[in-house]
Design a protein around this ligand. Structure first.
Ligand code: PNW
Length: 511
């Protein structure tokens, strides 16, 4: 086992940025305030049975009202960058596509407050909360048609125009893979469409899961391309910011030492991360996907590929975990297949010898995160091999999310705040990240912990806690510091900074 060394800020390049990440629907609340329109998550979270604890994001962390306190909390951590998302339906509540100025001022106030606190904003334009009017428009049907592309480009352009003088980091999308597979493949996330037989009896909307995840991802990629064109053509020269995309993908190890399982592991990585990144690096979808999904995978025109090629100034990568992959042939009709079966692999937490991939971090019924800090360097090397050392030397990588949930549901607050397992997980990831940057020179420029505070964890609701701060959802959304927040602060701040910070926080507080 690797020796656990102490971790120091100086193990990372001096310009390396540390931060925390959140997303609008997961923290803002105020779902019916400030002129906000509904999104697909407002509808989905209120359908009985879709959220495991029956909660929703109506109030969430009430960040919409408590944002000033939250910025102070961030400042006291010593972070220098904050990743958050804009709620599209707060800016454009309905199909008139008229700006909602109350929504705009919320984000302006938040951004000003962050800059005041010396924290750089890093904005995700789309973190899964599509305005309902776009889902319901029969000519658009959410992400299912190309009609969405111009709407997204308009929304993105408005954000650049409204906030781009102050915001220099833009990510168009968070995790196109997850939104496509979980929103249209297994239906566990909004808009909850699925057709696979295992879920036939659930209350989810009927869709065609053999095609829709691919169509949705395709249209989202085109929307990304259109937004980047707008930024580069009209804003980038003046505003001097950068634009990229946030992707996710687990690392996969072969289930057994066989050629078949090695190929299966490679296929899984391609079906997760290369699906989205290959087209951005001038390639078509991976061959393995063309083979697996055949004519159900949409085709790019030359013109579309030309737009996508080179359309990111950085890669945002959300890293959480790794699994084992086993080769398997599915005996089902192409029309019954979906993304997870097309890749012809089963995934496991233990390999053929029974060894676990890592320590399980979550509670028994929500155990998708295993602590595999060693897999992050493997993924960085995989990216370098696939997209080229030269190319990746000019396209920096940001680890835009990394974190874990508590291992028990409904734990008392004092137990949840004594979160030593989270510290272990974060520290191990950072040790591996720092070491591989030093040894191999990967151009990784930042790292964000998911998340600043406990929040609405999508279909797992409010009980799956990912925060550095505890949120008491039953009592005014009060925030309480966890041991992991203290640990992050100790890691980030030098002694003199700690003293200065006390003073700054006091001054901000009294403002
Ligand atoms: C992220 N995977 O989703 C999301 O961006 C966050 O909004 C969410 O709260 C966070 O993870 C924690 O769940 C992911 O399969 C979904 O590796 C799936 C994976 C990774 C991240």
């Amino acid at each position: 086992s690797p020796t656990i060394k102490e971790l120091r800020r100086s193990d990372f390049p001096s310009g390396f940025q540390f931060g925390v990440a959140t997303a609008a629907y997961q923290i803002e609340g105020a779902a019916y305030e400030g002129g906000r329109g509904l999104s697909i998550w407002d509808v989905f979270s209120h359908i009985q049975g879709s959220i495991s604890d029956g909660s929703n994001g109506d109030v969430a962390c009430n960040h919409y009202h408590l944002y000033k306190d939250d910025v102070l909390m961030m400042k006291s951590l010593g972070i220098k960058v904050y990743r958050f998302s804009i709620s599209w339906s707060r800016i454009f509540p309905d199909d008139s596509e008229q700006l909602n100025f109350e929504g705009v001022s919320f984000y302006n106030n938040l951004i000003d407050c962050l800059l005041d606190a010396g924290i750089e904003p890093f904005i995700t334009l789309y973190h899964w909360d599509l305005p309902l009017w776009l889902e319901n428009d029969v000519n658009v049907r959410g992400w299912l048609t190309k009609g969405i592309v111009e709407h997204f480009a308009r929304y993105a352009g408005s954000c650049f125009k409204l906030f781009g003088d102050k915001v220099k980091n833009w990510a168009t999308f968070n995790e196109i893979r997850t939104m496509a597979v979980e929103g249209y493949g297994n239906g566990s996330k909004a808009p909850g469409r699925c057709s696979i037989s295992a879920l036939e009896n659930s209350k989810k909307t009927t869709g065609d899961s053999s095609t829709e995840p691919y169509i949705v991802a395709h249209n989202a990629l085109l929307a990304h391309g259109a937004a980047v064109q707008v930024y580069r053509k009209f804003f980038q020269a003046d505003q001097k910011g950068r634009i990229g995309m946030v992707v996710d993908g687990k690392w996969f190890e072969p289930f057994s030492v066989t050629r078949q399982d090695e190929d299966a592991a490679q296929r899984c990585i391609e079906f997760e991360i290369a699906w989205i990144l290959d087209p951005l690096f001038g390639m078509d979808y991976p061959d393995s996907m063309r083979k697996g999904a055949a004519n159900r995978l949409p085709k790019f025109t030359d013109e579309e590929l030309a737009i996508l090629h080179g359309s990111i100034d950085f890669i945002g990568y959300n890293y959480y975990t790794a699994y084992y992959a086993e080769h398997i042939e599915y005996d089902i009709e192409p029309s019954q297949r979906w993304h997870e079966t097309d890749r012809m692999a089963n995934t496991h937490y233990a390999n053929s010898e029974g060894n676990l991939i890592g320590e399980c971090m979550g509670p028994p019924d929500n155990d998708w995160i295993y602590n595999c800090p060693w897999a992050l360097p493997k993924m960085l090397e995989w990216l370098r091999q696939r997209y080229g050392k030269q190319q990746l030397s000019s396209i920096p990588i940001f680890i835009t999310e990394n974190g874990t949930m508590d291992d028990m549901e409904d734990m008392p607050r004092h137990v949840a705040c004594n979160d030593l397992k989270r510290i272990e997980y974060l520290k191990a990831t950072l040790q591996n990240l720092g070491a591989c940057i030093k040894e191999h020179g990967y151009n990784v420029q930042g790292y964000f912990i998911w998340s600043l505070m406990d929040n609405f964890e999508w279909n797992s609701g409010l009980r799956s806690r990912f925060g550095l701060y505890y949120v008491d959802f039953a009592n005014k959304q009060s925030r309480y510091i966890k041991r992991s927040a203290e640990w992050y602060r100790e890691f980030l701040l030098q002694n003199d900074e700690k003293n200065n910070l006390k003073l700054c926080c006091y001054q901000l507080w009294s403002k």
